[in-house]
Write a protein that binds this ligand. Structure first.
Ligand code: SF4
Length: 345
């Protein structure tokens, strides 16, 4: 059954008029859906009973509350949202001063197999539809406090671009949640040609997961480098000088002795040349089963100083939620193990 949450306005209007109701009823339905108020279709008072019944028969709302939440000592909260009958995805709420960022998942697992990533170790179990993506915001208890959204949870958003774009459209539409486009960031390892489609189609900010500026070494960490070289990603971005209002960030997770040397810093500066970007340096969260260790904090600072001395804007990002398995995919993986355990009993 199709979901109402995230359904493009034109599709909703088409459905409603095809049932013999006037087009303006679609506007009313969207108001009930996105502007708060009753959470069951039955309670949408200004929608005629016949339409409510038809909506209830043909479509489901698509809203599902989180199954669980864990809170870190630093205030980060991680929610597990159910998907289908036995899977779940994570959404993290990260308070930071006057900002509260929601980190959303776009897929159940991920096919891209990055070696430092727990989600990558799970493999791909499916794409989230637009409703499942939006639901991580819609059904969040502290939804009203969210100031920023990042697509940085489980999954590669560009591998599920159609649903991710539909979710972004709903999050930003004035007659839906009305969030500012510049409050949303999509994070990707840079999949071509989906990246070009995304740049044409959406104005939200972009974060590229770099992790090494050397193609061969990056391919070892991010296998999708083969077929989607970082150099081509950079060339694509460089060719879009009109895109000045979009913030572009390079995300760089520092792995001890792997990608944190002066050689890496120099090459990162070279590859970023001519781009107006900033670099976020991220301390690595240890992931069970991954053969990496975190770069010591003093080495991270030295790496940052090398970038800054060469003219790049570089920031060190603090790790958040370390005590609640905050590396992407870890909670959902333990959920999955529990569910499988239950099924096999
Ligand atoms: S880092 Fe992102 S793209 Fe790579 S495996 Fe993890 S979720 Fe997928």
């Amino acid at each position: 059954m199709a979901h109402l949450l995230g359904m493009p306005p034109a599709h909703l209007k088409e459905r409603i008029t095809s049932w013999g109701f006037p087009a303006y009823r679609a506007r009313q339905v969207r108001q009930w859906l996105y502007r708060g108020g009753p959470t069951t279709i039955d309670e949408w008072r200004n929608v005629p009973r016949a339409l409510r019944e038809r909506l209830g028969e043909e479509l489901s709302l698509g809203a599902r509350p989180p199954e669980s939440v864990v809170e870190s000592s630093d205030g980060t909260r991680k929610y597990l949202f159910p998907v289908g009958t036995s899977r779940a995805v994570e959404a993290a709420v990260i308070p930071d001063g006057d900002r509260t960022t929601l980190c959303l998942s776009s897929q159940v697992g991920c096919a891209r197999g990055c070696r430092f990533c727990r989600t990558g170790m799970q493999g791909l179990h499916g794409n989230l539809d637009a409703a499942d993506i939006i639901n991580q915001f819609h059904s969040l208890p502290e939804r009203e406090t969210i100031t920023n959204i990042v697509f940085m949870g489980m999954g590669e958003p560009l591998d599920n671009l159609r649903n991710v774009l539909a979710a972004i459209d709903t999050l930003t539409a004035q007659d839906a949640y009305g969030l500012g486009k510049r409050r949303i960031t999509l994070s990707t390892i840079g999949i071509h040609p989906a990246l070009a489609t995304f740049l044409d189609r959406s104005e939200v900010h972009l974060a590229i997961s770099v992790h090494s500026p050397f193609s061969e070494e990056r391919a070892d960490l991010v296998p999708a480098e083969t077929g989607n070289p970082l150099q081509e990603t950079v060339d694509l971005l460089r060719g879009r000088r009109e895109d000045r209002r979009r913030r572009i960030t390079f995300e760089y997770t520092l792995l001890k002795g792997v990608n944190d040397t002066e050689r890496h810093a120099r090459e990162l500066v070279r590859i970023a040349g001519g781009l107006s970007i900033r670099v976020n340096l991220i301390a690595y969260h240890a992931v069970p089963g991954a053969p990496f260790a975190a770069t010591p904090p003093e080495r991270i600072v030295t790496f940052q100083q090398s970038l800054v001395a060469a003219g790049l804007k570089a920031f060190v990002r603090q790790s958040r939620g370390e005590d609640i398995s905050a590396a992407c995919g870890m909670l959902a993986t333990s959920y999955e193990s529990t569910e499988r355990g239950r099924e096999s009993r």
